[in-house]
Design a protein around this ligand. Structure first.
Ligand code: ADP
Length: 273
């Protein structure tokens, strides 16, 4: 497997030429594929013992009811095992997003966004902080809905996670259609928050796997979510990026092929009751 890059060259005597660089990446790609396969197998085999650990910790919690110290220790076991399980899930999603078949169909993005926000809202009923989410008029996409759901869960989840409780916050999900030079209509989807922001110089690096821009600040996570999003969007031929939100906070955007739009859902505000 060879990659080729070329660029034009203007010489001092006025003549013009071009430089082409051929790079054999066969070995690099094979190594990467082997590593990913390995990570996938290990992750899969680690999952079931962890489920057992969490299950027994829960059983014991019932048995030691009233013993605060024992309950606290069991709580730590459960929390740690749950964190490991999240990491394994993310690793499996990351490796499978590379090879999974893409089932591209036309579907309304607005419905999927509402489902993802409603699920988050439901999960946070236990007392979590939840900024208002404003969803604009969203088009249909021509993409794999299962994979797009993962992108939305990560980006909307991050927008909520990296917004400090108590700040006058909101999250906006908007989209517009663009006709690209290479042909076809693409949807550019934007998720803007008023959260803690990304430090200068980190906006590109947050898509690197395991890279976390706020590692010491007590936000749980694996550093794989955005790498998963990038992989999924790029497999559809789209692009993804992050910028500062002009109103403060962060704006993530991605492009995916637009679908047929029979009846777009009207804009909505989704908030905690
Ligand atoms: P995780 O959230 O699990 O750490 P991600 O890959 O989703 O991993 O994100 C990578 C890093 O990018 C995060 O650790 C965080 O520092 C930064 N980040 C992502 N989304 C946001 C956001 N909406 N606001 C501020 N920082 C963000």
């Amino acid at each position: 497997l060879i990659t080729v890059s070329a660029r034009p060259l203007a010489l001092a005597d006025g003549s013009r030429g071009a430089v082409a660089v051929f790079h054999d990446v066969t070995e690099e790609r094979a190594y990467e594929a082997e590593l990913q396969g390995f990570a996938g197998v290990v992750a899969h085999d680690l999952k079931s013992p962890l489920t057992t650990v969490v299950g027994y910790a829960e059983l014991l919690e019932d048995e030691v009811a009233g013993n605060d110290e024992a309950l606290e220790h069991l709580g730590r076991i459960r929390a740690t095992a749950t964190r490991m399980r999240t990491l394994i899930d993310d690793l499996l999603t990351y490796t499978s997003a590379r090879d999974a078949a893409i089932n591209q169909v036309s579907f309304p993005l607005g419905d999927l966004v509402q489902e993802v926000v409603a699920a988050r809202l439901h999960a946070s009923r236990a007392g979590g902080y939840f900024p208002d989410v404003y969803v604009g008029r969203l088009p249909a996409l021509n993409a794999d809905p299962v994979l797009v759901r993962q992108v939305l869960e990560n980006l909307i989840g991050n927008a909520l996670k990296y917004t400090r409780p108590g700040s006058p916050a909101r999250v906006d999900v908007t989209a517009r259609l663009e006709t690209e030079q290479r042909g076809g209509t693409w949807a550019r989807v934007e998720i803007s928050d008023r959260g803690i922001g990304i430090p200068a110089g980190e906006h590109g690096r947050v898509f690197d796997r395991f890279h976390r821009a706020h590692p010491t600040e007590g936000y749980p996570g694996t550093g794989l979510g955005l790498a998963i999003c990038q992989r999924i969007v790029e497999r559809h031929g789209g692009a993804i990026g992050a910028t500062d939100n002009p109103g403060g906070g962060t704006r993530f955007w991605f492009t995916l092929p637009a679908g047929d739009d029979p009846a777009p859902r009207p804009p909505a505000r989704l908030a905690q009751a």
